[in-house]
Design a protein around this ligand. Structure first.
Ligand code: M6R
Length: 614
């Protein structure tokens, strides 16, 4: 997390930095800061909290940097040190001549700090980053060459970093480097941009170079030089980004989250185009590069992901195992990377990630790749670091998701899993063809069914308001909708801060039932199918403990009225496809509760959209 930007050119720098940071706010919003070269010295401006606070600070000082055309900026998601002004970036050396911004975590900062303090460094903040500022400054005193100082200093650093650095004694220079954190350089006419992500530079240029780990780029107004960690000059691979500048707008909705929920029917339609032409036509999924014989004989898949993507992966497991008879393991990337996994060249490893940058998932797929596995990536960012590691890449094409709480990317990941499962089932001939055709046929109706839910969302809003003041919330389901319960609970936790938990309904009686009383809402996901009656019985058990029962159901069963105090009805759907429908009311419940409570729906506290630290 954290986002960094840099600019060197002939235009006023402050606006470029601020605009860039506003595009990176999804990476954190604990504090923001910029450093600009004023001709005689480098001025640093910082503010706690959201970017608008930094904008106000800059407004008050705008006379001081009107002519500045060189600077760096940062938006922070706090790791080391509280989110206050002192810990906000940019960080400086003792004299303030060297300034840096950093995304990542410096793992050996304590050892570095101890050593640097012996050499006279005076630390002002609690951050890990400040050690790097003093370290580069120390090397600069010896070399009087900023690039060389960065090269030597970063060779002593353990951990992950994307850094942008400037020095008052080298007024026509900006340096950037990275290891295990994203960074790219935008190339303009006599100007260069540095950023953690494309949206920060795309309004200015479509030409860009992605930095690889341990590469160091030195930018002047007219020139760019790229070297490796040993100082050898490298060829520069400037590419044209397949992006158009997009004006991110709420389109009249109160929040991006609500807008993104409403985009879901069209996103599904777009994904299906060219892939699912009709129930009778085989699925076309050219994105999968494994040859058909390998797919036919495949007997092991591992799916790795975090957060919401992990819940999509759990549904992916369910349908791949059921449709294709292939054993699938699903694991949180953060667990996968710290144990001996049985992954080899015969395993298909699927990485799922909205951002394509999540550090744990990226590390996990790199580990699997090193073991010879075929890597299939399902992501909303085909330009991301994970996409660049992929042997097969399925872009989910949900469009930029601004709200930190993932909604449309989740549904798009699910649809991608359905297509993949249908595709493999057809190749393996592992499913009854009438059943498969019925599912494909019904999949084409899903967008319409979601639209029906969205057009009657007042009941859901009413339900949300009814339970908004609860302190806890339980979601239960079984089978294919157990991950839906987990995702419903995650959405509510993230944006309303209510303590919500998802359970397999059958597990309630093994412990959680002890928490039930007349203050506890229990939402049962009761979709018609193989486990309907079982969940009904589990709901009876909860009701017998006086829980406040809510049903999310596609059943018209009259007896539900006695059991549940609130019933949210959704359209009929085949059980296998029901997660696509059941999730929509749960997104809306979370949204309306958070909105009712006056929470910051799109930028909930403590979170960031892209988690680039392990
Ligand atoms: O970009 P990714 O899908 O890899 O991100 C994984 C999680 O950080 C993410 O899903 C997170 O849980 C979201 N805030 C969920 O709404």
């Amino acid at each position: 997390m954290c986002g960094i930007v840099g600019y060197i050119g002939d235009k006023p720098v402050a606006d470029i930095l601020l605009n860039g940071l506003s595009q990176l706010e999804y990476r954190g919003y604990d504090s923001a800061g910029v450093a600009v070269q004023t001709g005689t010295k480098i001025n640093v401006y910082k503010a706690e909290g959201k970017l608008e606070n930094l904008s106000s600070v800059l407004m008050q000082h705008k006379g001081e940097f009107a002519q500045s055309t060189l600077g760096i900026g940062h938006i922070r998601w706090a790791t080391h040190g509280a989110p206050n002004v002192i810990n906000a970036h940019p960080h400086t050396c003792n004299c303030g001549n060297l300034v840096i911004v950093h995304n990542g975590i410096i793992e050996n900062y304590k050892e570095l700090k101890e050593e640097l303090e012996k050499n006279g460094a005076k630390f002002k903040s609690q951050t890990d980053t400040e050690a790097v500022a003093h370290l580069i400054a120390y090397q600069y005193e010896k070399t009087k060459d900023l690039t060389e100082a960065v090269r030597i200093a970063t060779s002593k650093v353990d951990g992950a970093y994307a850094l942008c650095i400037m020095h008052n004694d080298e007024k026509d220079k900006l340096i950037a480097t990275k290891r295990n954190a994203p960074l790219l350089v935008g190339v303009g006419e006599n100007e260069y941009f540095v950023a953690s992500d494309v949206p920060a530079i795309i309004p200015y240029t479509k030409r860009a170079m992605y930095l690889n780990d341990n590469q160091i780029v030195t930018l002047t107004r007219t020139n760019m030089t790229l070297i490796d960690k040993d100082g050898n000059e490298l060829p520069q691979k400037v590419e044209v980004l397949p992006w158009e500048p997009v004006a991110l707008s709420k389109m009249g909705y109160k929040h991006f989250m609500l807008k993104e929920i409403h985009e879901q029917p069209d996103i599904i339609r777009n994904i299906l185009v060219g892939k699912l032409r009709s129930a009778e036509t085989p699925i076309e999924l050219d994105e999968v590069k494994l040859n058909k014989d390998t797919l036919k004989n495949l007997n092991r898949i591992q799916i790795i992901a975090c957060g919401t993507s992990l819940h999509a992966a759990m549904i992916g497991k369910y349908i791949i195992e059921d449709f294709c008879g292939i054993a699938v393991d699903v694991e949180a990337s953060s667990e996968y990377i710290y144990r001996k996994t049985v992954t080899d060249e015969h395993t298909l490893v699927i990485g799922v990630s909205q951002s394509g940058e999540t550090a744990d998932t990226l590390t996990a797929i790199k580990q699997a790749k090193a073991k010879g596995s075929h890597i299939l990536i399902i992501t909303n960012r085909p330009d991301s670091a994970m996409a660049r590691e992929a042997d097969s890449l399925i872009p989910v094409n949900a469009g930029i998701e601004v709200s930190v709480a993932a909604t449309k990317s989740y549904i798009a990941q699910l649809v991608s899993f359905y297509l993949l499962a249908f595709y493999m089932a057809e190749i393996k001939n592992s499913m009854n063809s009438a059943e498969l055709q019925a599912l494909k046929s019904e999949m084409m109706l899903v967008p319409q069914k979601i639209e029906q839910i969205l057009s009657h969302k007042e009941t859901i809003q009413k339900c949300a308001q009814h339970y908004a003041n609860t302190k806890d919330f339980i979601y239960v389901a079984r089978g294919i909708n157990y991950p839906t319960a987990l995702e419903g609970a995650l959405k509510l936790k993230e944006i309303s801060y209510i303590n919500a938990t998802g359970y397999p309904a059958g597990e309630l009686k093994h412990g959680p039932i002890a928490m039930l009383d007349d203050s506890m809402p229990v939402l049962s996901i009761l979709m018609k199918g193989s486990v309907y009656e079982k969940i009904l019985s589990n709901s009876e058990e909860a009701k017998a403990r006086n829980a406040r029962m809510i049903a999310l159901t596609n059943s018209k069963d009259e007896k539900l009225k006695d059991l549940f105090e609130f019933i949210i009805e959704v359209p009929e759907i085949q059980e296998y496809l029901s997660p696509l429908i059941a999730m929509i009311p749960l997104q809306l419940i979370a949204y309306y509760i958070a909105e009712y409570l006056g929470k910051d729906v799109d930028q909930p506290r403590n979170l960031a959209k892209s988690v680039t630290v392990e």
